[in-house]
Design a protein around this ligand. Structure first.
Ligand code: UT7
Length: 328
């Protein structure tokens, strides 16, 4: 079976209106703007309202992606939502989104790979289209991390934000589109970044809530070391699988977790700052939404031209990682 060339047909993003600045956080925990900026690069993040859930953010981002792709929701064959903050355990956020979009013929499922989820989603979508099974797949990264963040824990609350990014995946001209994917996991590091309560291991009770087990736990320094090790390596592996070299990169779109982690990847890849998309100062870490938001913003800013070589790379809870090379 010959495979069809597959790529991104349209991008979209959405961030809730409410802004939470470092100065706001100074009023909430023992921290300060200078520490947050120098240790992470983050200045502010967006926070969903009490009425907003991940599918609402996903809906706005998807509408823009569909418009930019020049198709309607009714054309969609499949919706994949990468998220660690689904509206509910079930039904999936992808099913909720399908109804909101009125994407009647689309199959729908959620994908759980934390901050690497969007790249895992792209790899899935690419296979469905390349094999001819589906024509159009919507891949969304959507998160309301504020809903699982403990705003008394300065180790985590300064990092996370809410938002969504979406892309429509379909056939592209020969020579364009996805050139490689690298996906990886190391479940032995799962404890480093997890949410303990509410699952079948530790169902929610008054005690689990009192103990704060419905909030993100993160061993920041260990995750930092893992991230520095994995980011550059995954990007290099994806380039090599595509038959390309780090000197071919026109734009790196990394997971936006910490500016120092991104800088270490830039150093390993010998990339000047103008070849790297960084927007974490505005949104913080939005897990699965961070790469598609950065991609959509790069497209809007005219930083992506036809024929450009893009490298997307992410890492996160699981532990997981993923990278992809795209010729735009
Ligand atoms: O999307 C996936 C995942 N997550 C990540 O990628 C996060 C990876 N990790 C990180 O980005 C960094 O580890 C953090 C930003 C979370 C922390 O930065 P760090 O440079 O690793 O700081 P640290 O945890 O080693 O803490 C250094 C000091 C400590 O004080 P002492 O023990 O040296 O006196 C902390 O108590 O900074 C203190 N500290 C803070 N001070 C002010 C920790 N958090 C804060 C804070 N404000 N918010």
């Amino acid at each position: 079976m010959s495979l069809l060339p597959v790529g991104v047909l349209g991008t979209g993003r959405y961030a809730p209106e409410k802004v939470l600045t470092n100065h706001d956080l100074e009023q909430m925990v023992e921290t300060n703007d200078e520490w947050i900026v120098t240790r992470t690069g983050i200045r502010e993040r967006r926070i969903a309202s009490d009425q907003e859930a991940s599918s609402d953010l996903a809906f706005h981002a998807s509408e823009i992606a569909l418009k930019n792709a020049g198709i309607t929701a009714e054309d969609l064959d499949l919706i994949i939502v990468a998220t660690i903050t689904p509206d509910n355990f079930f039904p999936s956020t992808a099913c909720t989104l399908q109804t909101k979009l009125n994407a009647r013929k689309a199959a729908a499922f959620d994908l759980s790979a934390a901050c690497s989820g969007f790249i895992y989603g792209l790899a899935n979508a690419s296979n469905f289209v390349a094999s001819g099974i589906y024509k159009y797949v919507l891949v969304v990264g959507a998160e309301c991390l504020s809903k699982i963040t403990d705003y008394t824990d300065r180790n985590t609350c300064i990092l996370f934000g809410d938002g969504a990014g979406a892309v429509v995946i379909g056939q592209v001209p020969e020579g364009r589109g996805f050139k490689s994917f690298v996906l990886g996991a190391d479940g032995s590091g799962g404890e480093l970044l997890h949410l303990a309560g509410g699952g079948s291991r530790c169902p929610s009770t008054l005690d689990t809530v009192t103990e704060g087990k419905h909030y993100i736990y993160m061993a920041g320094r260990e995750v930092f070391k893992f991230a520095v090790r994995i980011m550059g390596g995954a990007a290099e592996e994806a380039l090599s699988k595509a038959g390309l070299d780090k000197s071919d990169i026109d734009l790196l779109i990394p997971h936006q977790a910490n500016r120092r982690i991104i800088e270490s990847a830039m150093e390993r890849l010998d990339l000047p700052e103008e070849k790297c998309m960084i927007n974490l100062h505005k949104y913080g870490n939005v897990s699965a939404a961070s790469i598609p938001i950065a991609l959509a913003e790069a497209v809007e800013e005219g930083r992506v031209r036809e024929g450009d070589c893009l490298v997307l790379v992410g890492f996160g809870g699981g532990l997981t990682w993923g990278a992809s090379v795209i010729i735009w």
